[in-house]
Design a protein around this ligand. Structure first.
Ligand code: NAD
Ligand code: G6P
Ligand code: MN
Length: 440
């Protein structure tokens, strides 16, 4: 067994401490020799970096640790980049959410106009990190979970088709952990089939190890409760997430043949979402007042105390899928995982050039897709519309095209008309001047 060198890009992220705790607790299965945090906001990262330095000195002094804003230092001699950057940070997320809401349109981090705006900011940041990695550590893998993952994945497919990047999301896994709890089984024992786009997919099979069909029992539960269960120890525990899990009941009702991803509520019930959102206090505000404050004050406490003995950093359970992915690539475990990959026939009756989320077998040479067959008209129609939005955003970014971005917003199922699309777009352009390419 060898040990690995990892760079976390977006070192100042609220998720960094949880991932480091999780990595520390899994040294037996995934040993680390070097850990580096990289960010382009020196001040923000320094708080997390200093606290993690104290933590690592106490709990894993054998790991070489540093935090830096210098790309040469960050990307030299590494095996994996784990990327979770947020270009524009929460200040821009807040605008992504609030501007559409002015027009009665869903304001969301990754869905609708907000997700499009975020995509236009993320593409450049991710390509930059990918290029640093390839320049200084050409054999490394980038595991990207920076959002909006669907748009980022399409952008890297177009712009860096041969790069060693895998895009992933924790939502399906988070839902499967809930499914397993509902069924009273272990999540690792679920044998699933799933297809869709990122934040836009459906389960078509859930079986146990022996091949018994668990769908009927699960559907009985979901029909009444969605995926809402009373667990408190995960990242998605607060009231707005519980509401999302409950709403799955209504999403499920539209197609009781499958079980849906939570994010479909923004496309199938946009009116409900808008009615239940306070336009002055959106999810970004909740996160800034919640997770961000908690993580940064925990970090500051460590720095002030000079010790991480009573540290409040919590291991991020969900993030275990990132270690599973890195382990699969490093040790050829051939684990089955949901990844965002080029379709190329895996969903037979769907655009071969689309980036789709499907189960794959992961090993040393990367991933092998598992064919999901043909999909029904309802899902196909929804996915064709949404994938076109994502492709138009990437084309708009590459070509600097106002027209294509307007088309992207117009095509989004969350937007009622080309007129509203234009109004929202023009406001988004004005506030994104520092982040988007110039549009003509
Ligand atoms: P955050 O704002 O706390 O952290 C993001 C960090 O990225 C900041 O410190 C920021 O300075 C840094 N950054 C921004 N642009 C950068 C660049 N060009 N280069 C280097 N660093 C840069 O955000 P967060 O809430 O912790 O989320 C981080 C990211 O993880 C977001 O993209 C979020 O959507 C994503 N996320 C994805 C999943 C998934 O399922 N794929 C799950 C959770 C979070
Ligand atoms: C889920 C999704 C992520 C998303 C996150 C938002 O985990 O899979 O893609 O970034 O939720 O959570 P937040 O608490 O920031 O609203
Ligand atoms: Mn996600």
């Amino acid at each position: 067994m060898r040990d690995f060198s990892i760079t976390i890009a977006g070192g100042g992220s609220t998720y960094t401490p949880g991932i480091i705790m999780m990595l520390l607790n899994h040294q037996d299965i995934f040993p680390i020799r070097k850990l580096c945090l990289y960010d382009n906001d020196e001040e923000r990262q320094a708080v997390i970096g200093e606290a993690c330095e104290i933590l690592l000195k106490e709990r894993a002094p054998q790991i070489e640790f540093e935090y830096t804003i210098d790309p040469v230092t960050a990307f030299t001699d590494i095996d994996f980049v784990m990327a979770h950057i947020r270009v524009g940070k929460y200040a821009m997320r807040e605008l992504d959410e609030k501007i559409p809401m002015k027009y009665g349109v869903v304001g969301q981090e990754t869905c609708g106009p907000g997700g499009i705006a975020y995509g236009m900011r993320s593409i450049g940041g991710i390509i930059e990190i990918l290029d640093y990695m390839e320049k200084y550590s050409p054999n490394a893998w980038m595991l990207n979970y920076s959002n909006p993952a669907a748009i980022v994945a399409e952008a890297t497919r177009r712009l860096r088709p041969d790069s060693k990047i895998i895009n992933i999301c924790d939502m399906p896994l988070g839902i499967m952990v809930r499914m397993a709890k509902i069924l009273g089984v272990d999540e690792k024992d679920l044998d699933i089939r799933y297809y869709g786009l990122n934040h836009f997919g459906w389960w078509t099979q859930i079986k146990d190890k022996e091949g018994n069909d668990l769908m009927p029992a699960l559907k009985e539960y979901v029909k009444e409760n969605g995926y809402d269960i009373s667990i408190t120890e995960d990242q998605h525990e607060d009231e707005s997430w519980r509401e999302t899990f409950r709403k799955v009941r209504d999403v499920y009702a539209v197609d009781p043949e499958t079980l849906p991803n939570t994010y479909l509520k923004y496309y199938l019930y946009p009116d409900y979402v808008v009615e239940h959102t306070d336009p002055k206090y959106t999810r970004a505000n909740q996160v800034m007042d919640g997770r961000e404050k908690e993580v940064f004050s925990a970090a500051k406490e460590i720095i002030e105390a000079g010790t991480a003995k009573d540290c409040k950093f919590m291991e991020d359970d969900h993030a275990l899928y990132i270690v599973d992915l890195a382990r699969a690539l490093a040790f050829n475990t051939k684990e089955k995982m949901l990844l965002i990959v080029p379709n190329e026939g895996a969903i037979e009756n769907f655009d071969p050039t689309a980036m789709v989320e499907i189960p794959c077998i992961v090993g040393k040479d990367g991933f092998e897709k598992i064919n999901q067959g043909r999909i029904p008209q309802f899902q196909k129609g929804l996915m064709e519309q949404q994938v076109s939005v994502e492709k138009l955003v990437v084309e708009a970014w590459i070509e600097g095209s106002y027209q294509k971005l307007w088309q992207a917003l117009t095509l989004s199922k969350t937007v009622p008309s080309a007129k509203v699309a234009k109004q929202i777009l023009d406001e988004l352009i004005a506030v994104n001047k520092d982040y988007w390419p110039e549009l003509k």
